[in-house]
Each structure stands twice: as structure tokens, then as C-alpha cells.
Design a protein around this ligand. Structure first.
Ligand code: SME
Length: 137
């Protein structure tokens, strides 16, 4: 994403709100796509620091969502072979793409410390969150 301080502050506030209000949302962050070189770049996030600030399309859960344009719910990260581990405390993950004018510009990524917490309600909720976030772009 291009530099935009006010927008980044709002995105961080969204991450904080989600992290503080949903017990099983233990790491919440946005990745943004660079379609020129097919990489994702970490944006605002709340939770443990991660080494994975740049992720190639196709790699890990995030990289797969960059190509599939579809939600990816991972009930148990141990069962995934194309997965990038950020922390040993992470047990499950949900990634929901962020569309602006029909283009997949990035995603919200949420890690959980519990196994299999994400339901279709999380998917619908995070799709709604991303629709609101899209209005910032
Ligand atoms: N687990 C992700 C990498 C990003 S971290 O969760 C913050 C993946 O497999 O794409």
C-alpha cells in the first residue's frame, strides 16, 4: 500500500478493536499486495512481531489467498503443508481477502492460540470488516 498515515492509524485501530474484543483473535494484521512483483507486505498489525513481513504470492496461507481470492480457514495449522509458522503458540488461522473495486489488494490475517475456533460467522463478520476497510482506499 502507498504511504498514508491516517489510513494506517485507522487500520491499526481496527486490528486493536478485533484483538481486544474477540478472545480467540490473538494476532490481527493486514497484508497488502504488490501486483508488480507478486508479493504481500505486512501493514498495521497487533500481536507478536513476525519475521514474515514480505510473503511471495503462493506461499503460506496468506500467499495462497493472494492467488485464490477466497477466504482460507485453517482449523489446525499442523495439518497444512503450505503454511508459514510465525509463532509456536499459533494453532489456527483465518485469512479473508480485501477487495477494492473488485481487485484483491490484500487481506486481513488472524491467528488464534486455540484449535478450530473460526466459524462461518467469523467469515461473514470479517468480510463485513473488510468492506468497511475498503472504503478507506
Ligand atoms: N501464517 C501465515 C503467515 C503470516 S503470520 O500468520 C503473521 C501464512 O501461512 O501465510
Amino acid at each position: 500500500a502507498d504511504n498514508n498515515k491516517v489510513r494506517d492509524e485507522k487500520l491499526l485501530a481496527v486490528c486493536q478493536l478485533l484483538n481486544e474484543n474477540v478472545e480467540y483473535y490473538n494476532w490481527v494484521g493486514f497484508y497488502f499486495a504488490n501486483h508488480e512483483n507478486k508479493t504481500l507486505h505486512l501493514g498495521p498489525y497487533v500481536g507478536a512481531e513476525t519475521d514474515h513481513t514480505v510473503i511471495p504470492f503462493g506461499k503460506g496461507i496468506c500467499g495462497q489467498v493472494a492467488e485464490s481470492n477466497a477466504n482460507f480457514v485453517v482449523p489446525d495449522v499442523k495439518a497444512q503443508d503450505n503454511y508459514i509458522a510465525c509463532s509456536l503458540t499459533v494453532k489456527s488461522e483465518i485469512v479473508v481477502p480485501l477487495f477494492v473495486n473488485g481487485v484483491n489488494i490484500g487481506q486481513i490475517d488472524i491467528d488464534s492460540h486455540v484449535i478450530d475456533p473460526f466459524t462461518e460467522a467469523d467469515e461473514r463478520f470479517l468480510e463485513f470488516v473488510n468492506q468497511e476497510v475498503a472504503k478507506l482506499f
